[in-house]
Design a protein. Sequence first.
Lengths: 372, 372, 403, 403
Amino acid sequence: MNFEFSEEQNMLREQAQGFLASNCSMAVVRRVLDGDEPYDADLWKKVAEMGWTATVIPEEYEGLGLSYLELSVIAEELGRALAPIPFSSSVYLATEAILAAGSEEQKQAYLPGLAAGTSIGCFALGESSGQTSAASLTTKADSSSITGVKIPVADGDIANFAIVVATSDKGDGASLYIVDLDQDGVSRESITTIDPSRSHAKLTLNAAGAQLLGNDGEGWSYVQSILNRAAVLFAWEQVGGCDTALNMAKEYAMGRFAFGRPIATYQAIKHKLANIYVKNTLARSNCYYGAWAISTDADELPIAAATARVSAIQAYYYASKENVQTHGGMGFTWEFDCQFPYRRSKLLATNIGSEATWQDKLITAIEKQRAA
Amino acid sequence: MNFEFSEEQNMLREQAQGFLASNCSMAVVRRVLDGDEPYDADLWKKVAEMGWTATVIPEEYEGLGLSYLELSVIAEELGRALAPIPFSSSVYLATEAILAAGSEEQKQAYLPGLAAGTSIGCFALGESSGQTSAASLTTKADSSSITGVKIPVADGDIANFAIVVATSDKGDGASLYIVDLDQDGVSRESITTIDPSRSHAKLTLNAAGAQLLGNDGEGWSYVQSILNRAAVLFAWEQVGGCDTALNMAKEYAMGRFAFGRPIATYQAIKHKLANIYVKNTLARSNCYYGAWAISTDADELPIAAATARVSAIQAYYYASKENVQTHGGMGFTWEFDCQFPYRRSKLLATNIGSEATWQDKLITAIEKQRAA
Amino acid sequence: MDFNDTAVEATFREEVRTWLSANIPTSDELKGLDYIGRAKLWQKRKYDAGWACIRWPKEHGGRDASAIDQVIWNQEESNFDTPDSVFGIGHGMCAPTMMAWATDEQNKNYIPKLASGEDVWCQLFSEPAGGSDLAALRTRAEKDGDDWIINGQKIWTSGAHYSDYGVLVLRTDPTAPKHQGLTYFFIDMKSAGIEVKPIRQISGGANFNEVYFTDVRVSDAQRLGAVGQGWQVALTTLMNERASIGGGGGGVNFDSVFDLATRVNIDDAPAIKDKNVRAQLATWYAQESGLKFNGYRSMTALSRGEIPGPENSIGKLVGAPKQQDMASFALDLLESGGAIWDPELSDAAGMFQATYMASPGLRIAGGTDEIMANIIAERVLGLPQDIRVDKGIPFNEVPTSNS
Amino acid sequence: MDFNDTAVEATFREEVRTWLSANIPTSDELKGLDYIGRAKLWQKRKYDAGWACIRWPKEHGGRDASAIDQVIWNQEESNFDTPDSVFGIGHGMCAPTMMAWATDEQNKNYIPKLASGEDVWCQLFSEPAGGSDLAALRTRAEKDGDDWIINGQKIWTSGAHYSDYGVLVLRTDPTAPKHQGLTYFFIDMKSAGIEVKPIRQISGGANFNEVYFTDVRVSDAQRLGAVGQGWQVALTTLMNERASIGGGGGGVNFDSVFDLATRVNIDDAPAIKDKNVRAQLATWYAQESGLKFNGYRSMTALSRGEIPGPENSIGKLVGAPKQQDMASFALDLLESGGAIWDPELSDAAGMFQATYMASPGLRIAGGTDEIMANIIAERVLGLPQDIRVDKGIPFNEVPTSNS
């Protein structure tokens, strides 16, 4: 049994923690949330210089060729720091889409820029409120151009290109396209979300130039595979955030006195924090499973991804809301940092499919496994 | 606004409480649970003598012609006492079935005996595990005889007759029949349930004599209407039981010391009891709504019944399990009374449709109301 | 059992309705006024017609009406589009305290202007170090001739920036045990040395203020109750607070989430057809229904001249987390669109997002979930208090930090 | 990251598997034996071959094996149909305490018979008045020459009726503070004056006993640790208890409820197609999965020679209420049939009903949910203890009732 990160991976974690402590304090999150910058460009540059954006990209495309275990470590630490950068869009989604479906030419065109962080990618799936399915898509493409509206697109306002999911009259009803965002046919509008420390946009594509990514009519299948992998990495970010919420709550409860004693001596608070810890720990152990599955490309990936995601969503919602509650009135002020994990938890929970959507996916995956 | 029981109804409650305190202590429940009697026949006789079985039966059929508000009061008190008698089967179900669907002749034949408690009725719907629907029924009848297996039938082993739901090739696919249980075509076997203080049976009908109750092919519609009314009365029994569980827990927590102080001073226990109280109170207020709806035959009855039932099921499960928990190890012993509400809560929750079944019914009823 | 008024109640309701129909301010009348101005206009009109603060004695500008009359008035008024009130705390908490503790002359001076809406009052109890432990307040008052000099800071004061007067509790003897060293005053909010700063909330709003006191003078004549009796006076205020706090107010509820579930899809069909959505909605419906009919039972008690139980505090304990969970659930139904918080782009103009961000505050303001559970445990169920290590100890010796 | 053994572990596993395959008792060998006899036969066989209590030092009949070896042994043994053990408490709790505190001679006399299964031991700590407050025990021992005379009552003693020896903590000084007046002994369970009565549980089983002591004599030579040092000795026992308590064991789990949902219908279709059922099942799957992989992480720590954290106690805190809720949910899926509890008539031979009735006990035995949450809060998160009013007070002056 070797169900732990290696010594090298733990060293990477220490290095990441040190770097983020210096470069991504809560003050940095607050600056982006409160200000006009869509993301912390300086932090992004440094993260790219550290090679984090290049982690799993093969060396032939100027990546580091490391495994998803290393990327899991980085994801957890970025989640812990609530980093206000487009890492999830560019690395977990756009990079994965090109790795999964790209032609050799497309890989050579896009991966080096993604690895270097000089190119930022995003993933444009949702079009309105509610579940998106192959049948619900209205974005349409022909061989070289694409038309439709995608909203919200995480980092759509700062990305260089988007992976756009459009309808197809072939196969599973959808296809992927690469759309460069600096072109006339694209207009983008920044939109406000519940977590302004992460940037989102509405993309309007009006006969924009586009190139097919992967096979026509296999888009929905690619989407499922990309989302499964992203779910694991999102889950790592989520459990990182869970710990941040728990630590904030714990520190406050130890120092805050009521009726002559720390509120951390009251069972209502103690049991609340114990419950946060328990949910966080189970979610983290499921993330290990997800990391193992993604790094070995295991058949169990759909189950492992959904398991990690369901428990990470549940843990982060609980931890972030009960962290505010533990702080009492102060937790509800703009001045305190409790708002960051509370906002982020819901952003991450909705960005790539909700709790209920993944619960259903989990049972579907288990049914498939048992039928096999 | 007059959303309370009347003075007369409150007097009835006091009288009922006094009677049950003398005649239905927990020792009585324990005797039936532990022993061979299927029910407390003596208590049943006295209850009938008090006229409780006759409450809503019109005077022309030797009933008292009182309202469902009086019956609600009695139901809550019987629930509080966890009375080991076939009141729910005979009064909430069989009597209601005959009142709803019976011909004049059938009413004259059955209601006086039901009113006097000399005849006990039961309601035979379920046939196996899982939801019963008109389509799932296998019990079949012709004009005068019926064949099939019904399990479990609450009080099926002690009742004089059963209202049996059988398949029909007309209308909504089901019809009701009255089957006298003392006949050759009927064999009945007592079965053990999770609450042996209430009697249950397997009824095997082999070309048993039967008479149609109500119109052929309208059985499923009758069933819905009967269950809606029964749901309100079951809910009253459930909230009565909720209070019993809360009081047991409270009394124990006040007297039990740990670490030099009553466990009732610990927030984990205080908040647990507060939560029990809150759930019980909401469920009871919904029961008021149900009582109003049933007593006025309101259009809202399907909503009111489902609301009362859903909240009563949730409240009783919570109250009864956390009552055991509050008692610690002692609560898990046969010697203590905590087991009674824990058993009864699940019996009442499954007897006439589960929480999920009624949740779905509730939303269906709301959809219908809004579509109207 | 019915939902009808008694004959007397029905007559009263009709009278109220008739007056309201004839007297609701028109948009022309309200034009150009800010929300304070609108509130004052409407309050003055009610006052002039004898419909202000109807439960108060006539001598104070009220109508000597019963509790059920008040309920009927509130129901009817809420059916009309009237300006939002800014008098809730003044009428609901400050005035009852004044009537119970102030001199006749003071009441003659202040109460009518409270009733007529000329003066707005606020309440200054909470302090940064206090929180749930309300009596642990530190803002001190020191006697100086016939005045007291106030120094310190209050927090969570609604309406401090537009209030004319405030009631406040101050520590006059830090060496006495916590509840015994307090004294209660009312004060002119325009006094020199008072500084009001709005508190920005995570929801974006700023409904509360910090209020700083620097060498603020208040006359001993504005003391309510004896020196050291402040906690007892404060209890009068707080008893009235409990009565005026609702079940969490508007925002997300069964209806809005039910409707949402008919607008968005799951598995390419309306979400309302999804059994998981139905089960969740059913439970919330049952909770809302329970709270509603609980309210009807309280109103019946009022109607019968009885006092409703303190079990009304379950409204907040159930309602606030329910709002949070329902808002969270609604955002999930919206899937990735749930993150968008923009009046133009969000479903329902962003109401679900706004409630998601506001609901943590609902679970805290006016008593946290944990405090409400304590209240139910102790006041309703009669369970004993938790161990109190600060009992009987001089306030300035009670531990306030680990150092 | 992988699930594989190291080379050394794989070799050990193979060795274990080979021995087990060759030595599992046949049904012929077990015929006519009761469950005690079967357990003893199997234990003796393991002992004779050097496979009993493998973590123990060789001098005590063990094998000096590592913690991960023990895990591998347990995994492999659980793959075979072997007689149920009756030695869990003796091997897991009593023996480590003896090894730590008894004399060499005592250990030479008792430990090998424990290892070989000749003697069964039990643990007598809990008392009716104690509950979660384990140290509040009252059963007293009074010195009489070289003996102690024991009077009082123990409760929740597993296996008391078939045990040869027991370890017990007794109050030897009621005037000392709670933890300081205790002394620890081991005793022959056949001693005169010991009476064992089974406790009937609401689940119908009787896995525990009450044990009454009436003037029972125990030699001072059977004392472990000093007089008054009993709590420290007891901690040795309890530390080992924590390690040996699992996540709630068998019974209802995801697999069984998933399968049930394929057998019963909702809306005339298999319940597993119902989205509400799927959502609930998914959450439980994620919990079980989290517990499982938490266990893998602990095993990895063992494999690396590290000590797994006390966070293993989350297994019980999560597992026990989950069993209760899943059983309750399963009975609901069965609808009216859920009430039937009969091996012939119930779905799955009544397993769901049995778990519904047994699960309240899971939430209590070995530490209630509330105590487990305290343990996590204090030992894992480092939060402070609740206020302790009994600290430093003579035991016989600590309040034990309202009178």
